[in-house]
Design a protein around this ligand. Structure first.
Ligand SMILES: Cc1ncc(C[n+]2csc(CCOP(=O)(O)OP(=O)(O)O)c2C)c(N)n1
Length: 739
């Protein structure tokens, strides 16, 4: 019967495509037929009563907010879900596996209520109370649940429309990984659901996720609640023909379901079929459910763009009266029993509202907490949430110096390798030691990466642990977020710094995720990215450094090693750590003699973040730099007669303020040098710090030298004209020393 329906659905979808102008009449015929064929669903009386409670509670909460809390200014950012309740309440009943995961958006409160969030928390969010899911940090309707009903994880919501899709496929991939690679039977048949409106299907995140899910046959449902509008923009601007299901009818390896999101019997059948299909890994599912938006987009929206007739037609499709009729007709309850249920829900909603109103405001002292890991394990995400603590080798500065001295003796005996080889070896070792580590990106599989850092790793660890991805950086990072939230250690590679641009939204959201969820979730990962000018040539696309932009991404650590040994230590530290980390590999150091150094023999060798290396000691001036500029700085220092201290920062976030201050207080002069462009470059941050902290010790103004605000040119003559050369550095140093 199910297969028959699928065929029929497809036929009708095809019809819809061909006769788009008759869409609405065809659609209703299709709905009726699907309904007739598949009236039966497995929802029990208890399920239906639970659905009723969720829908009634959600509706009441919206009305209370719209008519009481928003007008009185208690809720300042108000979003209703009126009209959207049924699909969400159904989905909450259908996700019964302890490792199911869902990504939600701002209209998903009915689902969250059904999945276990209390009404009190649902109110406390918009009221900005400490008891809200984000502790007053995020707009109230952007919720999450580390462990809801049956154990389900509702992953951190994002205010960015479209950002919810790729983390959902990451969760789905992690479910398969944990079941098949880590052989955890508890994860078998788990699936993921991504909720969205139809407007969100126009975003790049939707298409990125769809491609990942269908090419890898991941257990995921894209549940599109189509209300016909994205704020005021009708769906004709989002989807040609206004029906994403019809357009995707011929998409490969996708089970497409389409129907009413307000007719209880039909919607239940579609939701159940969708989840069953995803769970069984028959195919990923696109489930489109048509709903009315019975409210403005948000409290501030008066819907002046809708005609009176349209508003009336929407009201006529209200799912709540349809549910009432359905429950009575199906004898799940009588009219009188339903009235009692609704009164009971109203009583408890009012009681929980009173509690939420009495709840404490957040503590201002906590406002900055959870930007980074501070010792408290999250409830979801990374290894720590599951009590897996890798030895991070975290040392304080004094211990690090002592350890470094001991290591220097050992170092002399160890073999020298290229920086690239060091990266590869650490990946190999950590893949071997930690089954949660997964390495992926464009070309990292059979080819071994465009730079060669993953050569042979797929052969050694298999296609599930070292794999090629579709060409979508947003997909790579978004998927990594979902995988990290499901307890894996993702190590995505972005081929070149410039090509991280499409992933910006996912990167920024990943960085703030721990903070936004008040410490409940974390998504530690290590994103490896080759940066900077190549040895032979530069160009605007493959030679960007761009660490300053990353330094502005709250919640991320940044490593920028200048040699193989540091690369090994920092990479291992990052892979065993608890925060997302950008690991920047300078292209001119990957396989050149400069980046070559000894490879630490211990597979526990780590380099702590925030500890600079003193590459040269001196008393006349301090050069603060990192990456390939370290070598130019050393050379320039020689050219001016030496006795110049060169500090290699090694990590940009956190950065070693103490080492810089100590050095400048000693030398009285400071040059900050980097390859990244000048304006708002990270050197400005350091110069401001030195000017403030070392003011009374300075014998000259702090100097900054960098690439001017200009893209990197292709012709080496042009490249050399703008990227600081040894000669230019020496000139600037001479002037600084003479000041
Ligand atoms: C990336 C991004 N662009 C724009 C917005 C502003 N915005 C918020 S909701 C919305 C419309 C979304 O419509 P749809 O996906 O259909 O969901 P609905 O609100 O109708 O449920 C827009 C444009 C945003 N939040 N994120």
């Amino acid at each position: 019967m199910r297969a028959q329906n699928t065929v029929l659905t497809r036929i009708f979808l095809e019809c819809e495509r061909k006769f788009a102008s008759f869409f609405f009449s065809f659609h209703s015929i299709q709905c009726e037929l699907a309904f007739a064929l598949h009236f039966e669903n497995t929802m029990t009386k208890n399920n239906w009563l639970s659905i009723a409670r969720t829908m009634v509670a959600s509706r009441l909460m919206d009305i209370i907010e719209e008519t009481e809390l928003a007008p009185s200014g208690k809720v300042t950012y108000q979003f209703s879900a009126r009209g959207h309740e049924l699909p969400q309440a159904l989905m909450a009943e259908a996700l019964t596996h302890a490792h199911d995961g869902a990504t939600v958006y701002y209209r998903s409160r009915p689902f969250l209520l059904g999945a276990g969030m209390s009404v009190r928390q649902g109110f406390a969010g918009p009221l900005g109370r400490a008891t809200g899911r984000s502790g007053g940090r995020d707009i109230g309707v952007v919720h999450h649940l580390p462990k809801g009903k049956h154990g389900i994880a509702v992953l951190p919501a994002s205010g960015d429309v479209g950002a919810q899709f790729t983390p959902a496929v990451g969760w789905a991939q992690a479910a398969v990984y944990r079941a098949e690679v880590m052989r955890e039977s508890a994860w078998e048949s788990a699936c993921a659901v991504a909720f969205s409106g139809e407007g969100a299907t126009a975003t790049s995140g939707f298409w990125a996720a769809l491609v990942i899910a269908t090419t890898q046959n991941l257990p995921v449902v894209f549940c599109v609640e189509d209300n016909g509008y994205g704020i005021s923009v009708p769906s004709v601007y989002q989807t040609p023909g206004r029906n994403i299901a019809a357009n995707l009818a011929s998409f490969g390896n996708l089970h497409v379901l389409d129907g009413s999101g307000t007719n209880p019997g039909e919607a239940a059948q579609l939701v159940e079929e969708a989840v069953a299909s995803a769970r069984s890994r028959t195919k990923p599912v696109l489930l489109r459910l048509v709903v009315p938006r019975l409210c403005g987009h948000s409290g501030a929206d008066n819907q002046a763009y809708k005609s009176t007739e349209e508003r009336k037609s929407e009201e006529s499709r209200d799912p709540l009266p349809q549910l009432r009729e359905f429950l009575v007709k199906k004898k799940f309850c009588s009219k009188a029993e339903l009235a009692v249920l609704e009164q009971d829900v109203e009583r408890s909603v009012r009681a929980e509202l009173a509690e939420a109103l009495a709840d404490a405001e957040p503590n201002p002292a906590d406002a900055k907490r959870y930007v980074f890991f501070d010792g408290k394990a999250p409830l979801r995400g990374g290894m720590m949430a599951e009590g897996v603590i890798a030895d991070s080798g975290q040392k304080n500065a004094a211990e690090a110096t002592q350890a470094a001295n001991q290591e220097a003796i050992q170092e002399a005996k160890e073999p020298r390798v290229n920086l690239l080889e060091a990266v590869k070896r650490v990946l190999d070792e950590e893949l071997h030691l930690n089954p949660r580590v997964a390495v992926f990106g464009e070309d990292v599989g059979v080819k071994g990466g465009v730079h060669g850092a993953t050569v042979d790793l797929q052969r050694k660890y298999g296609v599930q642990r070292v794999f090629d991805t579709s060409l979508s950086e947003e997909g790579i990072i978004g998927r990594a977020v979902g995988m990290a939230l499901a307890g894996l250690v993702p190590v995505p590679e972005i081929q070149f710094r410039k090509y991280a641009d499409p992933a910006t939204e996912q990167m920024n959201d990943c960085g703030t995720l721990r903070w936004r969820t008040n410490g409940d979730f974390a998504a530690p990962m290590v994103v490896r990215i080759p940066v900077g000018c190549g040895k032979r040539t530069g160009d605007p696309w493959h030679s960007v450094s761009g660490e300053a932009v990353f330094a502005h991404a709250v919640g991320w650590r940044i490593a920028f090693p200048s040699n193989a040994r540091d690369a090994a230590g920092l990479l291992r530290e990052a892979l065993r750590g608890n925060d997302p980390t950008f690991f920047l590999e300078h292209r001119a150091l990957l396989d050149t003699p400069q980046g070559r150094s000894s490879y630490p023999s211990s597979s526990d060798y780590t380099v702590p973040f925030g500890v600079a290396a003193q590459v040269e000691s001196g008393s006349r001036a301090t050069i603060v730099t990192w990456g390939e500029m370290v070598y130019r700085a050393v050379e320039a220092a020689k050219q001016v007669g030496g006795d110049v201290e060169v500090l290699d920062l090694r990590t940009i976030i956190p950065w070693d303020k103490d080492a810089i201050a100590a050095s400048v207080r000693k030398t009285g002069r400071c040059l900050v040098l980097h390859e990244d462009t000048h304006t708002a470059g990270f050197g400005g941050e350091i110069a401001a710090f030195v000017a403030q902290e070392c003011f009374t010790h300075l014998d000259a103004p702090v100097e900054r030298l960098s690439t001017p605000d200009c893209p990197i040119p292709y012709n080496p003559i042009l490249t050399d004209a703008i990227v600081p050369s040894v000669g230019v550095i020496a000139e600037r140093l001479t002037a600084l020393l003479a000041f």
